[in-house]
Design a protein. Structure first.
Length: 638
């Protein structure tokens, strides 16, 4: 018996709870099972596989439906009125990528015409077509824009669509999808929050006519939940962005692409890496500090794989893509936490699922699908290497490229902050440690601190000093550059105006070239062994806390004396105590060292805090939540 031969029939049944009494759907009498979709106020509140009796839902299934909808009904009755999307569809470009699927494409375009008629433009990207059918189809619809790309690959097609698009927001769907009413409006609504850069939506199955379509929905569903979710650092691990949605139903704010970059053409259908272009893009967005929102009201219907061979290829592709993406995170991003994630997922997902399939456990996947996924995972490192080589050979775009509207050519992503900088010594020399000194109109004190840094005992590896100046009007830059010729160290000055202390530190970190960052306040004069202590004790998942010794005034100053005593208890008798359990209040930004990659991963200091010191505690809290270890360096004295 072929895989696509059904023993029983299955249908998609939809229940609408907006009116009482509920009109329960009825299937054909021969239908024995149903994929049930439950709606309330244009929102999917529940889906399930149910057995039918004579084509009808049994009483037990109806009770489950009503129980599952109880909480959504309460929410909707007590919810505030939803805001209208502030970015109208007329400022949105819709990009549909296709390759040799003209019938599917026509159905997709019909749904967009019907459900998103106010979009600024609809761009069809024809990826390496084998004939002229797609061009003819688009030519018959004058309101569409046709873009041809001779190179195959979904990520390539998406980048081509970005380059051609003119909208403030770019929405993506694929040719094998159909968009639901209000799809575009719901996809745009989360952009009312200016901190949101990417929005994804929910994907329902379009049809359920074969076992392959059933198993695709069971194993690779585009339903990521029924309530809105937000993904951002530090609460979201960039390695878990598979839960954030999929590129078949996605929108991106154009401005955010300057920092996130284009889709990496190493990944995606049409490459040896098979897929994963959307998840790699989400991963980069989270690491860059952007927010992703999953909005289940933005709904598409996806036509799942219709034959078993295509489903096996999909299982193999998804297995390859996930582990190829993790290889990329390790090799390119130096995110070594991906090693642990890959090992854990392989043992607890791939091997466990394969064992369940072999033992024929209830609900387990067919063994050929489990084997295909394991084979894909094992071949992922080699596939990633081939994909990277192919991309380089073809001159493909990488994650650091950004497209300019309408030109089709990438330009390099600019640095996060525009700074004016000048280096006093040769930039080409290697830098191991960067000392970042944030300052604001304290030229005299700053010069004393830099003089002390110039007299440091030799640390392990070469180092540089980055002076990050905010709105200085006392000649700080000129004074530093005039004095720098007498220092045997590398010094650079970067400047901006009207920012907070947290933003000034982030500015210095963005300009630093060292793999290890040491932050030092401009009024802390380092002892001779300060930098050597920070340089010798370095670990990716450890933050080093130095000691800032207060100046003790005569005993007659009671306030200063008590402050000095508290400070000594905080450091000498607190952090230095064996077995001390570090808290976020132990973290102070005036004297600490951190791995540059870890600082970027965590997202730097939160620039929204206005009260001095609170950004320290918030940053320390994020580090602790991430599992980073604190270490007290008694010799790193200032």
């Amino acid at each position: 018996m072929e895989r696509n031969t059904r023993v029983d029939r299955i249908e998609i049944l939809e229940v609408f709870l907006d009116f009482a009494p509920v009109a329960w759907p009825v299937a054909a009498e021969r239908t024995t099972r149903a994929f049930l979709i439950v709606w309330l106020d244009r929102r999917v509140v529940w889906t399930a596989w149910e057995r039918l009796v004579a084509g009808e839902l049994p009483e037990s299934a109806r009770k489950r439906v009503l129980a599952a909808a109880a909480w959504p009904i309460w929410q909707l009755r007590h919810a505030l009125p939803r805001e209208v999307a502030r970015i109208p569809p007329s400022r949105t470009s819709v990009v549909v990528c296709t390759r040799d699927r003209t019938e599917d494409l026509a159905r997709c375009l019909d749904s967009i015409d019907q459900n998103a008629p106010d979009a600024l433009e609809v761009i069809v990207v024809d990826s390496a077509p084998s004939d002229e059918r797609t061009r003819v189809l688009v030519a018959s619809r004058p309101h569409l824009r046709y873009v041809h790309d001779r190179r195959p690959g979904l990520s390539i097609a998406r980048n081509t669509g970005i380059a051609a698009a003119r909208g403030a927001v770019i929405a993506f769907t694929d040719d094998d999808a159909v968009v639901e009413p209000r799809w575009l409006e719901e996809l745009l609504q989360p952009f009312n929050d200016p901190t949101v850069s990417v929005v994804t939506g929910l994907g329902l199955p379009l049809e359920m006519n074969s076992p392959s379509q059933e198993w695709f929905e069971r194993l690779s569903s585009f339903i990521k939940g029924y309530e809105r979710k937000e993904f951002s650092a530090p609460l979201t691990s960039p390695l878990s962005v598979g839960n954030a949605g999929a590129g078949v139903n996605m929108a991106v704010r154009r401005d955010a692409l300057v920092e996130i970059g284009l889709f990496d053409e190493t990944f995606g259908p049409g490459t040896p890496a098979k897929a994963g272009d959307d998840h790699e893009f989400f991963y980069r967005a989270i690491r860059a500090g952007h927010r992703i929102v999953y909005e289940p009201r933005a709904i598409i219907r996806h036509c799942h794989r219709r034959d078993w061979a295509a489903l096996e290829r999909a299982a193999h592709s998804y297995g390859t893509a996930v582990y190829a993406w993790w290889c990329h995170a390790i090799v390119e991003e130096r995110d070594f936490s991906a090693v642990r994630a890959a090992c854990w997922w392989f043992l607890h997902n791939e091997i466990r699922n394969l064992a369940r399939s072999v033992l024929r456990r209830p609900g387990s996947a067919p063994i050929d699908l489990s084997v295909a996924s394991v084979r894909g995972a094992l071949g992922a490192p080699a596939a990633y290497v081939r994909s990277r080589r192919t991309m380089v050979k073809l001159g493909g775009r990488r994650a650091g490229d950004v497209a300019v509207p309408g030109d089709g050519e990438p330009v390099k992503r600019p640095p996060p902050t525009t700074v004016a900088s000048r280096t006093t010594l040769d930039d080409r020399e290697g830098v191991d440690v960067s000392v970042i000194v944030a300052t604001h109109n304290r030229r005299t004190v700053l010069l004393e601190t830099l003089d002390a840094l110039a007299e440091q005992s030799n640390p392990e590896g070469s180092f540089e000093i980055v002076v990050s100046a905010d709105s200085c009007t006392d000649g700080t830059r000129d004074a530093v550059e005039a004095r720098a010729s007498s220092w045997p160290i590398r010094v650079r000055v970067v400047e901006h105006t009207g920012a907070k202390a947290s933003a000034t530190r982030n500015l210095g970190a963005a300009a630093a070239r060292g793999s290890w960052l040491v932050f030092l306040d401009d009024d802390i004069r380092p002892a001779p062994g300060f930098l050597a202590a920070h340089s010798s004790e370095r670990c990716h998942q450890t933050v080093n806390l130095g000691y800032a010794r207060p100046i003790k005034t005569p005993d007659g100053d009671h306030v200063n004396r008590e402050a000095w005593r508290w400070w000594e208890d905080q450091f000498r008798r607190g952090l230095a105590e064996p077995g001390h359990r570090f808290r976020y209040t132990d973290f102070l930004s005036g004297n600490f060292g951190i791995d540059a990659g870890l600082f970027r991963d965590v997202g730097g200091f939160d620039e929204t805090f206005t009260r001095a010191g609170w950004e320290d505690y918030e940053f320390g809290l994020r580090l602790i939540e991430r599992g980073v270890r604190f270490a007290y360096l008694a010799d790193a004295v200032g």
